[in-house]
Ligand binder design. Sequence first.
Ligand code: ADP
Ligand code: MG
Length: 605
Amino acid sequence: MSDDNTHSDRTINLGTTRGFGADIEETDEESNQGLFDDLLSGEPIFENKEVLRPSYTPHQLPHRSDQINKMATILVAALRGETPSNILIYGKTGTGKTASAKFVSKELETTSKKYSTPCDVEYINCEVTDTQYRVLAQLANKFIEENEQLIDERIDSLQSLLSATDSYESRLAEESVTDESSDNQLAAGEGPDSRSRSHSNSVSDPLDSISNPSDSDPNSPSSIQTGNTTPPTQSGSDKTATSDTDGRPSSEETPSESGNFPLETEGSSADRSASTSPESADRSPLAETPFSSAEEIRTRIEELEADRDSFEDVPMTGWPTDRVYSVFFDAVDYSERVVVIMLDEIDKLVEKSGDDTLYNLSRMNSELQNSRVSIIGISNDLKFTDFLDPRVKSSLGEEEIVFPPYDANQLRDILQHRAEVAFKSDVLSPDVIPLCAAFAAQEHGDARRALDLLRTAGELAERAQAETIIEEHVRKAQDKIELDRVVEVVRTLPTQSKLVLFSIILLEKNGVHSINTGEVFNIYKRLCEEIDADVLTQRRVTDLISELDMLGIVNAVVVSKGRYGRTKEISLSVPLEETEAVLLSDSRLSDIDDVQPFVQARFDN
Ligand code: ADP
Ligand code: MG
């Protein structure tokens, strides 16, 4: 008690003592140069900036109810213990695919908990997890973790059942030895204890449906359902005896018949015994379980422990893929459930490592004994399906949901919803949201771009210590985002493309207009020699120029030169200085210090 007081006193003192605060001010005055003071003095624009970031999952998704409802209509099958059709979702970036899919999967998981129907959704972003090995390993490890949790919960409830049974049996034994001794009072004293324990913990088997992997072969899992192998009627004689003395109806004895939803059975059974607590002290705790003796429970616990010990996490590299697959398969099939595997950016996976993963996942259901798998693939374009095995293609595309681009009005609604939470009141001038929406609508209706614009405009206003965000901030934000995109694209170009781009920049810097491919090639060659890079053919360099054109970094137009044929006229379409700075930040290119001689070279050939 006194200790507690001292602690809280000390805390208060630290926080509020004037003298302490004054000390800090004094020392600060000497060293503080006001670096942050100016920045802090402006009224903050944002109430909650996180709401505008891509990582934020909104609670409302305006203009996506059709798509969300369609997903729900298909996935509701999972809550009935059936296998939902596979779904292929596609639409351009920023059309709300990931946000909608995550929203639906969250709803699905919470509903499945509410009704105790075992259903798992596993989300994988294939841009990050982009090989079959990694996808399978990630899934295997997730299910292993989940199985371990299921087993732990199961063992806990079996332990309580065991101790309830033990005390029940010892009480029975004592009762039969003496009727009126003091021992009897002692034993009776144990009654309430064992009762409460068996009530707080379920007596049915939540993993009734767990198969025993040690008995199952990955290729033909025999799936012996250990929990169910003990026929409930085996405990019949016991139970009849107790229920007769109780006068309880025998219908109460129906054991966990709902093999499909073991967790539901667990809940209802616990409720049932709780509601009948006064009489149940005299009933065997085993009455409504598949077990007929404490020994059987011990054996079951040992089996579960052995299962848990047999799980081995898949390392992120190194195993043969078959082995990873078979561990994943067993982990999924360990208990009865419907599993929805959501593969976001699925086109990246197919592009990088083909359709093996999808092939393997889509044929799993024919071999799974206890569980069912359903796949949701999400892609930014449909072209990737051309590369799929026809069987995979038709299986994955059982249902297709299209996410069309948002138009400016829809983007306005989306921004409006978020802006209400993100900004302080009255900081947005009326034309800001419409302008952000209009810019993003041009950008194929990309909600991500719209939100980026609004956030960046707010940041620029904040930095300028403005009190409101105005149109000008949005325009500056648009320029900044565009530049950031260019910087990112240029930074990640392969060295050869960087050399080609650098050649174009050098020419422009020296006042050369209507640059042609030959001129670029000459400078490019010199640059390669300077840094000891391989020299590509002029034809290849022409291709690289076309790629830069497609990325929007240069503009290459074909012009006809009459009888001299056709040539390309190349110009830079991004800001010169910034782009040059990015190129020179590459350690290989920064070795080229004096570039002037190279530009002269264009006149040599
Ligand atoms: P995609 O996966 O199609 O590329 P996302 O789902 O990641 O797009 O959406 C991009 C951004 O736009 C996210 O921040 C998301 O929250 C937001 N967004 C997309 N659609 C909506 C919508 N209808 N309502 C609110 N926010 C949305
Ligand atoms: Mg996405």
